[in-house]
Design a protein around this ligand. Structure first.
Ligand SMILES: [Zn+2]
Ligand SMILES: [Zn+2]
Length: 331
C-alpha cells in the first residue's frame, strides 16, 4: 500500500528512515534544500555577496548541487560560476562537458569549460602514463590545481565541491585507515581561503546522503551523466568502505549522519585550538606561488618531471586570459 507524506496528503516517494519521515517529491526537495541552506548559513556563506566557483563534473552530485545553489541564488546574493574540466577521457569527458554546458545555459548560470589538452597538449591518460602515476591521483592533482587557479583568477570566495555525506565519511575513513591523520582536518564543510594562494572550499552536501542527492536529481529532472568514469578502478577502497558503512546504516539508521555530525564538531574544536595555538604550516610553491605541501606544488613538480619544466605559472597566465575574455563585454 502506498504511504502518505508525513507533511502533506500526497503520496510519499521516499522513506527517510533515520529521520522517521516519509516524503512526497515536493517535501523531499524542501527537506534536502533546507539541509544545504542551514549548513551554508551556519558558516555565514549566504549573508554577504559571495562569488562561488562550482566544480561540476556532470555526475549526479555536482549537478544536483548546481540546481540547489541556483535555487538559493534567487534568494541570497550569491554569484555562481560553473566550472567543468574536460580531461580528454575518450567520449566520456565530451559528453559530461556537454551536459554541464547545456544545463548551465538552461538555468542561466555563467560557466567555464577548460580542456586539459588545450592547456597542456596532453590528456589525463597520457599525462599519468608519462608521470607513472595512477590516472585517479593525477586527475586529483590536475583538477585541484585548475579549480584553485580559476577561483583565484575569477576572484571567487569559495570553490563548491559536490561531495556528499557518504563520500566524506569514506574519504576520511580511508585517510584514517592509511594513517594519514593530517589530511583528516580537511574534511570540514568549509575551509578558509589563504590570501592570494588558495581559495576556500565548500561542501554544501556535507549532510546530504548519496541516495538523497540521487533522488533530488531524479525528482527535479536534473540531467546528469549516468556512467562512471571509464578510467576508474573496478572496485576502489572508497567503494568497499561505502558498502561497509551502508550495511551498518541498514541496521542502525542514522549512524552515518551521527558520525558526520561528530566529525564536523571534532574538526571545529581542533581548528579552534589550532587558531590559538600553532597553525598548520603553509607552504608556497617556489615556481607558481600557490598553496603547496612543500616548496614545490604537486602540479609544478609533475609537469617539471614529465614535460621538462614546471607549468604552474604559465597555466595561470592562460587561465587569466580565458577569464578576462569571458568577462569582457561583447561588442
Ligand atoms: Zn508532502
Ligand atoms: Zn606550483
Amino acid at each position: 500500500m502506498p504511504y502518505r507524506c508525513s507533511r502533506c496528503d500526497k503520496q510519499a516517494i521516499a522513506n527517510i528512515k533515520y529521520a522517521r519521515l516519509r516524503l512526497c517529491r515536493e517535501h523531499l526537495t524542501t527537506y534536502i534544500e533546507k539541509k544545504v541552506e542551514s549548513i551554508l548559513r551556519k558558516y555565514k556563506v549566504l549573508e554577504t555577496t559571495r562569488r562561488i566557483v562550482l566544480a561540476v563534473s556532470g555526475g549526479k552530485d555536482s549537478m544536483a548541487m548546481t540546481w540547489v545553489l541556483w535555487r538559493l541564488s534567487q534568494r541570497y546574493p550569491i554569484k555562481l560560476l560553473v566550472t567543468n574540466i574536460d580531461l580528454g577521457i575518450d567520449g566520456y569527458s565530451r559528453r559530461s562537458s556537454e551536459i554541464v554546458r547545456k544545463y548551465s545555459q538552461e538555468l542561466g548560470i555563467d560557466y567555464i569549460i577548460v580542456k586539459l589538452e588545450d592547456l597542456l597538449a596532453y590528456n589525463i591518460k597520457s599525462l599519468s602514463r608519462l608521470a607513472r602515476r595512477s590516472t585517479c591521483s593525477m586527475c586529483g592533482v590536475v583538477k585541484r590545481y585548475l579549480l584553485n587557479l580559476i577561483a583565484l583568477e575569477s576572484k571567487a570566495d569559495y570553490v563548491a565541491l559536490g561531495h556528499n555525506l557518504d563520500d566524506i565519511l569514506a574519504y576520511s575513513l580511508k585517510s584514517f585507515l592509511s594513517g594519514d591523520y593530517i589530511s583528516l582536518v580537511k574534511f570540514t564543510p568549509i575551509t578558509k581561503s589563504i590570501d592570494g594562494i588558495a581559495v576556500g572550499r565548500l561542501r554544501p552536501f556535507y549532510k546530504v546522503y548519496e541516495k538523497e542527492a540521487l533522488l533530488l536529481a531524479l525528482t527535479n529532472k536534473v540531467p546528469f551523466i549516468v556512467d562512471e568514469c571509464p578510467l576508474r578502478p573496478e572496485s576502489s577502497i572508497e567503494f568497499h568502505i561505502k558498502s561497509f558503512l551502508n550495511s551498518i546504516e541498514e541496521e542502525k539508521p542514522g549512524i552515518k549522519i551521527q558520525w558526520i555530525n561528530n566529525l564536523e564538531k571534532s574538526l571545529r574544536d581542533i581548528q579552534r585550538n589550532l587558531d590559538v595555538g600553532e597553525n598548520l604550516r603553509v607552504y608556497k610553491c617556489s615556481y607558481c606561488g600557490l598553496l603547496s605541501k612543500s616548496n614545490i606544488c604537486s602540479f609544478c613538480n609533475t609537469t617539471k618531471r614529465v614535460l621538462g619544466r614546471p607549468l604552474g605559472a604559465e597555466l595561470r597566465e592562460t587561465i587569466k586570459r580565458i577569464i578576462m575574455v569571458k568577462n569582457s563585454p561583447s561588442i
